[in-house]
Design a protein around this ligand. Structure first.
Ligand code: DQA
Length: 138
């Protein structure tokens, strides 16, 4: 199974930025551990702070069996990312958030990405990513 993990803006700072919300663990390190743990899965991992680069990656990974995407703040603003997710062949797309976006500011409760996804997982810290992987493998 080919799973593409795509992370959006500021997620490269997880582990040091706003630790009270996102924890102290580096997302990059966590993802590498996840990739090692599920070694039968053919993972790709991409992070960018640039909206267009995220769209290019979604289009590039469109033939993957599944996409796990945390679009960061673009979740709440980007119709272009939602359109890209709808445009690709891959239909097993899971939206992931580290924090519980529903327990935070009002503007984080709206996701343009969610309607283009099979489902969403949020609020379980970095474990949200593993839960997404497990849902795809079960
Ligand atoms: C986030 C939630 C977003 O609202 C925020 O802008 C992020 C991180 C999360 O993983 O909890 O960048 O996507």
């Amino acid at each position: 199974m080919k799973i593409s993990i795509i992370n959006g803006p500021n997620l490269n700072l997880v582990g040091t930025s706003e630790p009270e919300i996102y924890g102290n663990e580096s997302l990059d390190v966590y993802i590498h551990q996840l990739i090692k743990k599920y070694d039968r899965v053919d993972f790709s991992h991409f992070q960018s702070n640039i909206e267009g680069e995220l769209i290019n990656e979604i289009q590039k990974q469109g033939n993957a069996d599944a996409i796990i995407i945390n679009a960061g703040a673009y979740t709440h603003t980007s119709i272009a990312i939602a359109d890209a997710l709808r445009a690709v062949k891959c239909k097993a797309i899971i939206e992931v958030h580290i924090s519980n976006v529903y327990a935070r500011e009002h503007y984080r409760r709206e996701s343009h990405i969610a309607p283009a996804c099979m489902g969403s997982i949020c609020g379980f810290g970095l474990k949200s990513y593993e839960l997404a992987v497990l849902s795809l493998l079960s």
